[in-house]
Design a protein around this ligand. Sequence first.
Ligand SMILES: *Cc1c(COP(=O)(O)O)cnc(C)c1O
Length: 219
Amino acid sequence: MTVKENLNVINESLDACLKESDFSRPTVIAVTKYVTIDRAKETFNAGIRHFGENRIEGFKEKKLALPGGTFHFIGSLQTRKVKEIINEVDYLHSLDRISLADEIEKRAEQPVKCFIQVNTSGEESKHGLSPDEVVNFVQSLKEYKKIEVVGLMTMAPLIEDAGLLRSYFASLRKLRDRVAKLQQTNAPCTELSMGMSNDYQLATIEGATFIRIGTKLVG
Ligand SMILES: *Cc1c(COP(=O)(O)O)cnc(C)c1O
């Protein structure tokens, strides 16, 4: 399948989702971590402008090849690697600890748009803060001039139960609203990064503003 064909399928599916919800259309982030630069260029030519990568090397390669793209770092970021990448990142989706925030504060030349990663399902294998830690975490970032908390991000487990998946996405939305209500200057927290190939429809129905799609778009 061409990327264009895949994108048409996704767009039709999003149209259907938005008929049954009051939320707006999410921005599609093409997750290009599995694919070649040529395939990433095909994705750009199909009209996609947002790209996600989870490794430093792949991130730099794709960014160099696609001027005019907006680049999201979606993988977990080791503290000692922050200096190699932070000033090239348009959005970081994996802020999950103070030590990482400290290093960003030290190394970033401009404020960095960050999503706080939340482990909504409580699965041991998943990165992210537990939902009940998030408000305190945001408050502890108050004095950080290089951190802008634009929203919350989650990865749902690979399960079939649509009701359960929706409950994880809805809980992230409610948590986002709580954080936004703090009205903290560096934490507007308006965005929700949630939904991947297997669950982007459910995430959209629950108000995702960014969906991160790999396999079903570029795979
Ligand atoms: C790989 C990845 C995706 C995309 O996964 P697909 O299931 O291929 O759509 C989305 N988000 C993160 C954080 C990822 O690592």
